[in-house]
Design a binder for this molecule. Sequence first.
Ligand code: S3P
Length: 172
Amino acid sequence: MNLENPDRTIVLIGLMGVGKSTIGRRLALRLGLGFVDADEEIERAAGRTVSEIFESFGEAAFRDGERKVIARLIEGPAQVIATGGGAFIDAETRRLILERSISIWLDADIDVLVERTARRDTRPLLKSGDPRSILVRLWQERSPQYAKADLHIKSSDGPHEQVVDQIVKALQ
Ligand code: S3P
């Protein structure tokens, strides 16, 4: 990709807690692109938080909204989009992302994901049991799909800026 003049949308995918939003914001700044967080867009469109959507309407309804919001975002000008961890698991959303963007799977050690997701109580999927076991199971179930992304970036527990460096290098 021409990093002086990036003309393709970049979509960050990967499990909860991997840093998609924070890294996405920094990557967008670095590339001179806009940034959007798909979960925030869903919340704005629904006038409810992700947890409230799960509670009131269920996961399937959330995935419908997520699919529509990501389809709209991906039609727009080139930008960096951080998606929720399950977005890429939906076949239609995945097809759109693969067709219309450069997709990047952000991946990290399970300990990092456990520690980061424990900081905020906003993830309905982690409330039904032990968060570590749920994250391990989701990693096992989802990684074959995540592996279809254009790039796979393994972040250490190092500073986010280092991960941004890794991504920029991989995009060159
Ligand atoms: C989900 C991840 C969340 C959010 C929702 C479902 C998932 O986003 O979309 O709670 O299925 O992994 P983050 O990955 O930003 O936490």
